[in-house]
Write a protein that binds this ligand. Sequence first.
Ligand SMILES: *Cc1c(COP(=O)(O)O)cnc(C)c1O
Length: 219
Amino acid sequence: MSIQSNLNNIKASLPEHVTLVAVSKTKPVSDLMQAYEAGQRIFGENKIQEMTEKWEQMPKDIQWHMIGHVQSNKVKFMAPYVTLIHGVDSLKLLQEINKQALKNNRIIDCLLQIYIAEEESKFGLDENELNELLTSPEFKELKNIRILGLMGMATFTEDQNQIKKEFTQLKSIFDSIKELKTENCSMNTISMGMSGDYQLAIECGSTMVRIGSSIFGGR
Ligand SMILES: *Cc1c(COP(=O)(O)O)cnc(C)c1O
């Protein structure tokens, strides 16, 4: 199957309220351009240098999403152009994003990553840390970021019940804070679901899916 037909099949299967992030990490620009020519405008990358190289080479109407873990000292490289940072998991990182956004005279949209998996290796805040962050005075001062919602990754397992439990947990955390509206916070996005589990994620309330291998092939 071609990238174009993979993309068209997936897009046809997504409800209208679900946004598709085409995860293009490790793939060459020529593959991304096939997706671009098929109409895709949102791409997800997990390494800052690779994302920046692709941003430099590709059409400027593409929205670049950083989906990987972000180190504070790398924020400055994406601050000029990134559309959405999915993996924000600390106030300190948010403060750095705010600082770099201010330098670039813009507001950078972010998602807060929530830890839902039963795997030590995954990043994210738990529910208490999330509430602490959102209600802290330091957070209120950040005028150059905007929190649009939450992101999570389920455990890497075949157990559909386990995955469903974790997605449902993320949705219920989202529901508990979604009414929170401040100048820098407007909760409307739940980024959950990848190639192997996006249908289940949508059933559980996902509004943004991050799909790589089902579009571009294995890595
Ligand atoms: C790689 C990656 C994806 C996409 O994974 P696929 O299984 O290829 O669809 C989604 N989210 C994150 C955070 C990733 O790193």
